[in-house]
Design a protein around this ligand. Sequence first.
Ligand code: CTP
Length: 392
Amino acid sequence: MNVVVGVTGGIAAYKAVGVIRALVLAGHEVHVVATDAALRFVGKPTLEAISRNIVHTDLYEGVAEVRHVAIGQAAELIVIAPATANTIAKLATGLADDLLGNTVLASKAPVVIAPAMHTEMWQNPATVANIATLRSRGVTVVGPAVGQLTGADSGPGRMVEPDEIVAAALAVVRPKDFAGRRVLVTAGGTREPLDPVRFIGNRSSGMQGIAIAVAAAARGASVTLICANIDIAMPVGIAVQTVGTTLELAEATGRAAEDADLVIMAAAVADYRPESVAPGKIKKEQQGDSLTLTLVKNPDILAGLAETRRAGQVIVGFAAETETDPDALLALGRAKVTRKGSDYLVLNTVGWTEVFGRPDTRVVMVDRAGAIVIEAAGSKASVADQILDVLA
Ligand code: CTP
């Protein structure tokens, strides 16, 4: 996609580099239009190196190729980060006294802005009215966040982090093929307490489940995300419930699945829990040289959901296996999808160093008959979209 990134003159301009980089890494063609003020905060060579294109700033350059409108006409998405109070005022008025103003006016592309300014400026009635005007024209406003500002100030006005801006911007141009659908996603890994300080757990980070929830929401779904023991940041704008143990996950999932059209069980579920949880810390003086734990089986949530599913409800399981041979992995997956009774199973190979907590993954998705529907590799975000393409 041809994306124009407008960079305007605030201290957060240095973080625009992260926005440009994330868009380029996601495979987009990025053209930066920087205001003169922006270049006081971040150098043109930096913006050119990261965007891999010449950075345009001057309204009176490239006149022969009618650049003041050409950039906007070619854009499929415009992201302005940071958007200063001054730029917001100019956009609201439709001013075209610089290249960015001309680019926006000449474009039919969706516009996404990430405001960054001091709290007083953000809350000033002039800015409030300008933001309302832009929103009424369909401009998407991302943030600002509340936090540390320049100097000693803090409050609302901090630019949202680059990855969140990019996710929100790409969501704007995503087809809404899940509109009206209710999607339940579980993510993370359940933990079973042994005593108040220890647990039996697994290494699932929750990244893949969160990526699926974010992608489904961007595609118009109403998403419920049930998270078990996740350390990474929760996505904004998605209803999140947190659980700890398998029994808690079973309870929350059972309730949320009642009105879901699609259930995606990406969580790694502890199959066993200690028969009893010690009320106080287990002491080694009382245990001697070995400790025997008795574990009892947890319910199989996925199999239960598949068994009691409503007509038309689609159930998807995940399976993380340590099998590295592709044929043997597939055989495990085929047996598991039959045993669980889910409509699909997404399979991947995990290990000491693979997949857990990593940004990338490689999956094979099979249907209930065991046929391969997709083989996907790449970022967990892109794999999430490929899985959703099958389910759409
Ligand atoms: N799952 C579940 N409840 C359990 C165990 C697993 O709902 N008690 C779900 C997981 O969320 C996942 C799928 O079942 O979507 C497969 O999980 P996995 O641990 O691979 O399956 P198990 O049946 O536990 O098989 P294994 O013996 O290979 O661990």
